[in-house]
Write a protein that binds this ligand. Structure first.
Ligand code: C5P
Length: 226
């Protein structure tokens, strides 16, 4: 029997969350977004005044991270709740500042090592859709289904701008393009677990496809491989 693990990787704004959550729903699987782990670490570091280049203290913090992810407790557009030590941090980890800090803290090898087990444990029960940057290559290289979502920088920036606007955050497209490009470059060129498609990943270009079309394509790959 096939252990249903669907790994979805891709850059920011490629549609991992939207597609991943919908695919999980249709498969009756759990959805887990690993970006949450780096975002929570970034938030905690910010609150405790730990600098984003202090690899040692960040790794220590990462060792003891206690995150809980669960079904949405409020209907405010969230796909799921994120709890940190009993505190609802679902939106606190979705600010432009945390976007940038998460990418900075995630580049340290000891931080990634410390968070690897946590991510694998979250995926252990099987029947899971897990999204990130290095799921197919590092976290779950044995996943039977690996997807890489592609989208142009312009399209990703437009999507991000829309998402932010829904939450009342107004930003220019130029600003968002610059931030995404900066984050992509850092995520793709870091020494450890750089963002890239696995050799056996199915690459889906989402630019001219609807969410439903992308979801259908992923489900077709699941049927074929699992
Ligand atoms: O996907 P999301 O935008 O929430 O990820 C935030 C940051 O966390 C990314 O920019 C990346 O630096 C880091 N990340 C990572 N590996 C993952 C998921 C996220 O390095 N598997």
């Amino acid at each position: 029997a096939c252990q249903l693990v669907v790994a979805i990787d891709g850059p920011a704004g490629s549609g991992k969350s939207t597609v991943g959550a919908e695919v999980a729903k249709r498969l009756g699987a759990l959805y887990f977004d690993t970006g949450v782990v780096y975002r929570v670490l970034a938030l905690l570091a910010l609150e405790r005044g730990i600098a984003p280049d202090d690899a040692e203290r960040l790794a220590q913090l990462a060792q003891n991270l206690s995150i809980r992810v669960g079904p949405p407790s409020i209907q405010d557009g969230r796909l799921y709740d994120v709890w940190l030590d009993g505190r609802d941090v679902t939106w606190a980890i979705r600010t432009p500042e945390i976007d940038r800090l998460a990418s900075l803290v995630s580049a340290h090898p000891p931080v990634r090592r410390a968070l690897l087990r946590l991510q694998r444990e979250l995926a252990r029960n099987g029947r899971v859709v897990i999204a990130g940057r290095d799921i197919g290559t590092v976290v779950m290289p044995e996943a039977p289904v690996k997807i890489w979502l592609h989208a142009s920088l312009e399209e990703r920036a437009r999507r991000r701008q829309r998402d932010l606007a829904r939450r009342g955050i107004v930003r220019s497209l130029e600003e968002i393009v610059a931030e995404l490009a900066d984050r992509d470059r850092r995520d793709a060129t870091r020494a450890i677990a750089p963002m890239r498609p696995a050799e056996d990943a199915v690459i889906i270009d989402t630019d001219d496809r609807t969410i439903e079309e992308v979801v259908e394509t992923v489900l077709a790959v699941v049927r074929e491989r699992c």
